[in-house]
Write a new protein. Structure first.
Length: 315
């Protein structure tokens, strides 16, 4: 089985590549562009600009499975100040990869969508709760509709071709190989970086901390993909994949401080960009159709990530 993991040097892509690269019977290929790949005896790396059709066709041809983890991503700062940043390249590369997968008759295709198209609320949302007639949060309008457009492309190609599609609306993923720089990281990566690198007795958190997020440890996402590739029966499946509950950023920061063994006070900078929404995912469909449930609790996930951070960054 030839497996192509696009964006293999990114956060989700690297975790996917390391997992599938260790599986017997799988010949794993990974694409990269700007970030140089790590040394691996089980993964064949291919340099490719996925916004160029000739590069896309070159890496997709002959593959049995494509796990599409390539994306232009960053944190709240860019989403607020540069809303176009997540739209153009992502729309172009996914359109080209999907067309190529169709033309080269790839057997299975996995697309990582997101959850920004959902309305903010305290109750866990199901896949069917998305209403195209309801306004998205203004900061998510561009990225949200781009993701919906790509989801619909998956459905479109599933109707006219032989490829089976798995579309994943995943919650906030965290863990090893995430972005841990303060300019591009999401809330978990940014908070852990601030805590682990704090030189004084306090850290500064953007916003009031009222926003709430559903956080899933990356190995649970990897496990879902593996299970879906073998157990999904429908031609195009759309699944929520998350912890199933949300935690406020303020409480998350407190947990990370406590579980990292630090003693730090928290100061809030209300002038910085923040997106005040709350979201938790109902994952009952993933459990019913795939048999998947998250296995790593938030506390255990934080402990695992802190240990990995210390090992890799020497802190």
């Amino acid at each position: 089985m030839k497996v192509l993991i696009t964006g293999a040097t990114g956060f989700i892509g690297r975790n996917m590549a390391e997992h599938f690269g260790a599986m017997p019977g799988a010949e794993v290929f990974g694409t990269y562009l700007d970030s140089e790949p790590w040394q691996s005896r089980t993964i064949k790396f291919l340099k490719a600009d996925l916004t160029r059709r000739e590069d896309v066709d070159r890496v997709v041809k002959g593959m049995d499975v494509v796990i599409q983890a390539a994306a232009t991503t960053s944190g709240a700062k860019d989403i607020v100040q540069k809303p176009y940043y997540h739209v153009t390249d992502n729309a172009v590369m996914n359109s080209l990869i999907l067309r190529s997968a169709f033309e080269h008759k790839v057997s299975k295709f996995v697309f990582f969508s997101c959850t920004v198209m959902y309305q903010s609320g305290e109750q866990p949302v199901k896949e069917t709760d998305f209403d195209a007639n309801m306004e998205m949060h203004r900061n998510y309008f561009g990225v949200g509709w781009t993701k919906v457009y790509i989801e619909k492309q998956c459905e479109f190609y599933s109707r006219i071709g032989s490829t089976q599609f798995t579309v994943i609306r995943h919650s906030n993923i965290y863990g090893p190989h995430d972005k841990y720089d303060l300019e591009r990281s999401h809330v978990f990566g940014a908070t852990l970086t601030k805590v682990m690198r704090a030189e004084g007795d306090s850290i500064v958190v953007w916003g009031s901390g009222e926003e709430k997020r559903d956080l899933l440890y990356v190995s649970d996402l990897v496990n879902f993909v593996e299970m879906a590739l073998s157990k999904q029966t429908c031609k195009c499946g759309l699944y929520n994949v998350g912890q199933g509950s949300c935690i406020s950023v303020a409480d998350l920061v407190g947990k990370i401080i406590r579980l990292s063994g630090r003693n730090l006070a928290v100061k809030h900078d209300l002038s910085k960009p923040t997106i005040k929404t709350a979201l938790a995912l109902d994952t009952s469909k993933a459990k019913k159709e795939i048999g998947w449930e998250p296995q790593v609790s938030l506390d255990d996930g934080i402990r695992k990530t802190v240990a990995w951070y210390k090992e890799h960054f020497g802190v």
